[in-house]
Each structure stands twice: as C-alpha cells, then as structure tokens.
Ligand binder design. Structure first.
Ligand SMILES: Cc1ncc(COP(=O)(O)O)c(C=O)c1O
Length: 373
C-alpha cells in the first residue's frame, strides 16, 4: 500500500513502467525521473476514471476536490461514439453523469472528427458549461479505429482540456517502430494507458497507466490519515502508489510484467505482434477477394471486422453456427448500424494454419447457410 510497506514492489513497478516508456517510444514526460510517471492499474476502466477525476479537479481549480460538484458549473468531457463504455462509467462515477460525457461523431473509418469535437466544446462553453476532459482512443473496441491524437491534442491544449489516450489493446503495437505513427501526437497527452493483459501476453489483470504530471493525479487522490504517516513518505523521495489509484492496498502486478518482458524480450514481443498484424491483413485480403463477404472497417492492427453481404439476420445466424461448432470463436459488434463479425488475432500460439482453418470454416459455414436459404 505504501513504499514503506514494500519498497521492492514499488521500485520494480516504477522501473518496469520506465522500461515500457523506452520500449514503446512513449513521450519522455511519462518517465518517473521527470514530473510524470507510470503506475499499474487493474484495468483501463480504472485508468480512465483516475484520469477523469484529475481532469475534473484541475479544471475546477481543485474546488471539486474539496467541496464536491455541488455549486460548480457543470463540467463536461468528450470522447467519440466509438469509445469504450468505461468512459461513460467513469463519467457517472466522477459525478459528471452520463450526459456530461459528449459522444463526438466519427468519420467513415470510425475515428473521432476533430471538427465535431471543436464544435461541441464551443457549444458547451456558450451554454456556461466547463469542458475539462477529452479521451481519444487508439484502437477502438469495435473496430480498432484510430482517433487522430495530434489533432485532438492540439484542440485539448488550446482549450485547456485534459487529454487521456486509451490504447487498451492497440498500445502494444507501439513496440514495433513502424506502427508508432498510429499514436502520433502522444506528447500532447496528459495521460495514457494500455493493457498488457490484452495483447502483451500478460495474465489478467494488468493495465499500464502514465501521466505527464503526477502532481495533478496525486493531489486528486491523496488522503493522508495518521496511520499511514511514515518517514519515507514524508521525505518526499519515494512514490506511494496508493495516491495514484482508487484502492489503498495493491497487488504486485509488476512482477508478472517484468517476467513477460524478460521472457519474450523486446524482439520476441515484436515478432508476435508483427505476425498477428500480418495474419490479420491476410484475412482482410481474403475477405476483399471473396464475393460473399465485405470488410466493415479498415484493418490497422490485429482485428478484422467483416460481414456477409446477405444482411444482419444471415450474419447473426452465421456467428451462432460458427461459435456453436466449437471450432473457433468470433465476436460481433454493430458498425454503421449493421451486424458485423470480428476476428481478432493476439495469442502467443496462434499460427497461420489456425487462421487459415478459421477462414476455411467461415467460408464453408457461409456456403452451407446460403444453400439452406
Ligand atoms: C479501447 C478499450 N478501452 C477500454 C477497455 C476496457 O478495458 P478493461 O477491461 O481493462 O477495463 C477495452 C476493453 O475491451 C477497450 O477495448
């Protein structure tokens, strides 16, 4: 719970998160030697909540931290219609309410439209509300859409909003230098998170969360009762991660992350990530080459969103049949208000032959269903 109760636990966490800054090419501001730093949270939902709480308190001049929301003009935040539901949950918990999080329209590739963000901020200011937070997503849940972080960050800087970047799954890709352009503009972010438990071969749970200015986060979440006072904390020379998260006590998640990094090594992780992206692109190529299927979204990473051309009911039936067979497991979403199938590739032991077999089963089952119509 404190540096003093387990210095090794704290120090390893700081060390591993500094390693990741280097490994993923993240902004220098996220390093613990400067004003920022990283912490491991249980999930991307918790990271978003902590970011929003800090954003809220900073925007109110720390008044909401002292007196709560009563009496303050309504605070509002922004994210895209494609953002994960955890952002909405964070808005509810932070007291902004569901309506206090504006869902900004996306473009044809399901990425947030900066012009619509600007318009929404202007409308809120005109109505006397206080915009305090914007969350961009690098790899949305439904389709791995990539929000334009730089354009959103420039608006956030100009307007004084806290920018949080949620790269829960997509963030792992930054270990490959050729994929880092997907999060160009990250130096404009106040906070950033990704989940090693999603695509970095780490057992659940493990979310890596960084802030550019740890003072804002600590000021938001710190409470110091007598029974937690100790000399190390008072020296100001150590990190007490209890002030960087909601719970007091915490698990030693850094150990498994350290183990993963040591076991695979940077090249090992890169090897798997590149393989997964290449396999997903191969599936996308097959979808495009097929007469019966169509791609439902671009494929920047390891998720292929596609659908049969025969419509929603057919796709629902196809998904049910494929998953019921036990041969493979696909998930679904709605994109452009149409039922969409999702094939994600992200595990250590998934090989080309598995993906080929999966695609073969999809084609086979689709042909069978077509014949039954
Ligand atoms: C983009 C994105 N953000 C956040 C989350 C929530 O992750 P967690 O389960 O770590 O809270 C997900 C999970 O699917 C996600 O895809």
């Amino acid at each position: 719970m404190l540096w003093a109760t387990s210095p090794a636990c704290t120090e390893l966490e700081t060390h591993v998160l500094d390693w990741l800054v280097e490994l993923l090419g993240l902004p220098e501001a996220f390093r613990s030697e400067g004003p920022g730093g990283g912490v491991i949270q249980d999930s991307a939902s918790s990271a978003a909540l902590c970011a929003l709480l800090a954003a809220r308190d900073r925007a109110s001049g720390w008044e909401t931290n002292r007196t709560g929301l009563a009496g303050s003009p309504p605070l509002v935040g922004y994210t895209s219609t494609q953002a994960h539901s955890s952002l909405e949950k964070a808005a509810m918990i932070a007291g902004l309410g569901r309506d206090g999080l504006r869902l900004v329209e996306v473009d044809g590739a399901f990425a947030m439209r900066p012009d619509r963000l600007e318009a929404a901020i202007a409308a809120d200011r005109a109505a006397g509300r206080i915009p305090c937070f914007v969350a961009a997503t690098v790899g949305t849940t439904s389709s791995t859409a990539i929000d334009p972080v730089r354009a959103i960050g420039e608006i956030a800087r100009r307007e004084g909003l806290w920018l949080h970047v949620d790269a829960a799954m997509g963030g792992t890709a930054a270990i490959c230098p050729e994929l880092r352009h997907l999060q160009d503009g990250l130096e404009l972010a106040d906070s950033y998170c990704f989940n090693p438990h999603k695509w970095m071969f780490t057992n659940f749970d493990c979310d890596a969360f960084w802030v550019a200015d740890r003072a804002a986060l600590v000021r938001t979440l710190s409470v110091l009762p007598e029974y937690l006072r100790n000399r190390a904390t008072e020296s100001g020379a150590v990190i007490d991660y209890r002030d960087w998260q909601v719970p007091l006590g915490r698990r030693f998640r850094a150990l498994k992350l350290w183990m993963v990094l040591r076991w695979y090594g940077a090249e090992g992780i890169r090897h798997h990530v590149r393989r997964h992206v290449a396999l997903a692109r191969e599936v996308a190529r097959r979808v495009q080459a097929s007469d019966r299927f169509e791609l439902a979204a671009p494929v920047p990473l390891n998720l292929v969103c596609f659908r049969h051309r025969a419509g929603d009911a057919f796709n629902e039936r196809l998904l049910e049949r494929l998953n019921g067979s036990g041969d493979l497991f696909l998930t679904h979403t709605r994109l452009a208000d149409r039922h969409t199938l999702r094939l994600a590739i992200g595990q250590t032991w998934t090989e080309a032959r598995h993906v080929e077999r999966a695609w073969g089963r999809i084609e086979e089952e689709a042909a069978r269903l077509e014949a039954e119509r």
